[in-house]
Design a protein around this ligand. Structure first.
Ligand SMILES: [Mn+2]
Length: 324
């Protein structure tokens, strides 16, 4: 559990903020967005209107969390120094904001950045950091922060928190699930969280083409007997052929954890800019995939981690896939 002083430090810059800006991650997920929106809704109780920025579009299945709030996506039209506080949630690394240079410049000029996260971070990048790698989700930390700060947990805050917890615990099923997360989830239910909206948003949003694409990706699954790792690949041309964006793959990596007798699963995805993103997952207690990810220049959690390398995926002569 994080020291009380870390919560106090976060409240000391959050509570006086008059004009905060929330910087969402480039590939924002349910926990990152839910955590940010819970804070934004809480500040609105004090008549504080936040600016929200994200370099890329919000996945359509998560837009219900915005409750109509506007998102800015052109950094050239934003003056960070106009804001008395920058808040980043669930980032892992400042690079995942897509505007790290702007944020570093803002802090060098004395700007305050509140960084709330549950990733393992060696050097937290904020001026104030509320970090707890034992938390199931960043939303758990946000919930405790809001309670401590005396905000009312309204139905829209409860919905946003619950989305973060359900997504990051994979529906209370993965090893990151804790009593604390379950207790907070129960309190969110009691506070009127829109549970049907949460289920629909997180798990019932895929078009037919997405499941056809999943079928293609599953047909490429291969097992490495030596390492006990099952892997598959996703090519850029797959998206074009099915007329889909990478949003169609949300949940695929978690679904692969239903495989029996594997140490870990790995999904390699070609990105448009000649990069390949690797996503690693394990459900084994004695395996820490963040170590393998770190060895490949990435990072993450013990049970879910990732990395990025340059190249393209091609058929290997032995019938599998290789990075060229
Ligand atoms: Mn998270």
């Amino acid at each position: 559990m994080t020291a009380f002083s870390h919560y106090r430090g976060a409240l000391d810059i959050l509570q006086p903020a008059k004009n905060p800006i929330f910087i969402l991650l480039q590939s924002v997920d349910a926990d990152a967005l839910g955590s940010a929106m819970a804070l934004i809704f809480a500040l609105e109780q004090d008549k504080v209107k936040s600016t929200i920025f994200c370099v890329s579009p919000i996945p359509t299945f998560l837009t219900f969390l915005l409750n109509g709030r506007e998102i800015h996506n052109d950094i050239s039209k934003i003056e960070l120094t106009d804001h008395d506080l920058v808040v980043v949630t669930d980032a892992g690394s400042i690079y995942r904001t897509g505007i790290q240079l702007e944020l570093e410049g803002y802090m060098e000029n004395g700007g305050q950045l509140l960084n709330i996260d549950h990733h393992h971070i060696h050097e937290p990048f904020g001026t104030i950091n509320l970090i707890d790698a034992t938390a199931s989700a960043t939303a758990v930390l946000v919930y405790d922060l809001l309670k401590l700060g005396g905000w009312t947990i309204s139905a829209n805050i409860a919905t946003a928190i619950l989305v973060g917890i359900i997504a990051d615990t994979d529906n209370f099923s993965n090893a990151g699930t804790t009593i604390r997360a379950l207790t907070i989830a129960a309190e969110c239910y009691a506070r009127g969280a829109e549970t049907r909206q949460v289920w629909r948003g997180l798990y019932r949003h895929q078009p037919l083409g997405a499941l056809q694409l999943w079928g293609l990706i599953f047909s490429r699954l291969q097992r490495n007997e030596r390492w006990g790792i099952v892997a598959t690949v996703i090519l850029q041309e797959d998206f074009a052929r099915h007329g889909l964006s990478d949003e169609a793959l949300d949940g695929l990596a978690n679904f692969l954890s239903s495989l029996a007798d594997v140490n870990a699963t790995m999904v390699l995805t070609e990105l448009p800019d000649h990069q390949i993103k690797g996503s690693l997952r394990t459900t084994k207690d004695n395996i820490d995939v963040s170590k393998l990810a770190a060895w490949l220049g990435g990072g993450g959690h013990k049970k879910a981690a990732g990395f990025t390398v340059s190249g393209r995926l091609a058929h290997s002569e032995r019938g599998g896939w290789q990075i060229e």
